[in-house]
Ligand binder design. Structure first.
Ligand SMILES: [Zn+2]
Length: 264
């Protein structure tokens, strides 16, 4: 059972100074770099558009950024022109530790349809190859960082859940656009509803070091309330004992310790 860190669109155009800058977007880079040590493999997605991409405002002279148009039957938000394949704007942010990236998935390459998700286009018609790559490498769990929370991160997370992956969203490793106030909160709520675990990078690192390997996708609060360690993939609940703390891999070491102390 392997865990992959997925770096979503950590590209120059999505950080301050870029064509479609996400506020504070740079902040995700350090979190991405520090989590690379704690996973089996690192995969990155790149928004990679032709110059005539249908999401670009330059293709819709009568529209402004943020308007919604019909792009071949799919609702499409109009964005500033961004991440043109091969351009500086499409390149990974300099500070990102790109040497650790094992595989890159490009998306949004078809001018006729956008692709927020790292797995599929927005019409869910074609796969990008990410699912196949992860499954070929025995990945069961994905940990998500990158840009932007309310678009590419959200749709990648929802598709990953639908495809059966355990998904952790690193809350301090993502930033959002917030085109409308509340968009980021709503995106996080949608992800939680789909079974995405939301955790901070520090919690993930702590549990990784306390356990025997990788992140486990269980709800810490459930453990605390029931005293049962829910094993996500075995779909079984085990009684929580000091031994199981090491035996199973958990994602909130502090909460588990607190429970064990209370139960002692
Ligand atoms: Zn794009």
């Amino acid at each position: 059972m392997k865990t992959a860190l997925i770096l979503i669109d950590i590209q120059n155009d999505f950080v301050p100074g870029g064509a479609l800058a996400v506020p504070d977007g740079n902040a995700v880079v350090a979190v991405a770099n520090e989590l690379m040590d704690h996973v089996d493999l690192v995969v990155a997605t790149q928004d990679w558009h032709p110059a005539n991409h249908g999401s670009f405002v330059s293709m819709h002279p009568e529209k402004v950024v943020g308007d919604v148009v019909d792009l071949n039957g799919v609702d499409q938000v109009v964005w500033p022109d961004h991440c043109v394949a091969g351009s500086t704007g499409a390149a990974f942010v300099d500070e990102l530790d790109v040497h650790r990236i094992g595989h890159v998935i490009t998306k949004g390459t078809d001018p006729a349809i956008d692709s927020y998700s790292g797995f599929f286009d927005n019409g869910h018609k074609k796969e990008t190859g990410l699912q196949v790559y992860l499954k070929q490498h025995g990945v069961k769990d994905v940990v998500l960082v990158g840009l932007a929370t309310d678009y590419c991160v959200k749709f990648t997370a929802l598709d990953a859940r639908q495809l059966g992956f355990g998904v952790t969203l690193v809350s301090d490793g993502v930033r959002g656009v917030n085109l409308q106030p509340g968009d980021i909160e709503k995106a996080i709520a949608d992800m939680r509803d789909a079974g995405v675990v939301v955790a901070k990078a520090g919690e993930l690192k702590k549990s990784h070091m306390a356990g025997n390997g990788h992140f486990q996708h269980i709800k810490p609060q459930t453990i605390f309330e029931t005293g049962l360690l829910y094993h996500h993939y075995a779909n079984t609940a085990y009684p929580l004992t000091p031994g199981s703390f090491r035996e199973y891999r958990i994602n909130d070491a502090t909460l588990i310790r607190k429970f064990l102390l209370a139960a002692a």
